[in-house]
Design a protein around this ligand. Structure first.
Ligand code: THU
Length: 131
């Protein structure tokens, strides 16, 4: 888990975040052994900013559509306190992955001092929207 978290932290170096100056990296581990990373990518219109988690998930789903996500790690070199936990929009996307693959996945969230908190996609969005 520390290994995946450090890959997320490393990926954050490629973050494009000139507005918030908050670099975020995400690393997705797939059941085929591949690891796909992503970073946040901000926009001058602010609202079009994309989070690291969604970029990593979408890249993984496009490159390996048949592979299942087993772990997602999120990290930032800029984190000062608290838990680096995914925003609501990312949770909806994570929930869609759970639905698609029929399997929940682990979420490793960075906390200060090289520590982390563990959860799962379903735990982070209980009673998710379905129709
Ligand atoms: N951000 C992420 O990439 N992931 C999260 O889970 C929360 C927020 C980004 C969006 C924006 O570029 C910056 O962090 C500050 O909100």
């Amino acid at each position: 888990m520390k290994n995946l978290l450090s890959k997320a932290l490393q990926a954050a170096q490629n973050s494009y975040s000139p507005y918030s100056k908050f670099k975020v990296g995400a690393a997705v581990e797939l059941d085929n052994g591949e690891v796909v990373t992503g970073t946040n990518f901000e926009n001058a219109s602010y609202g079009l900013t994309m989070c690291a988690e969604r970029i990593a998930i979408y890249i993984a789903q496009n490159r390996f559509p048949d592979a299942k996500i087993i772990t997602l790690a999120i990290a930032s070199p800029t984190l000062k306190n608290g838990i680096l936990s995914p925003c609501g929009a990312c949770r909806e996307v994570m929930s869609e992955v759970v639905r698609k693959q029929g399997l929940d996945f682990r979420v490793i969230m960075q906390t200060p001092n090289d520590e982390f908190t563990l959860s799962t996609a379903s735990e982070l969005l209980p009673i998710a929207f379905r129709f």
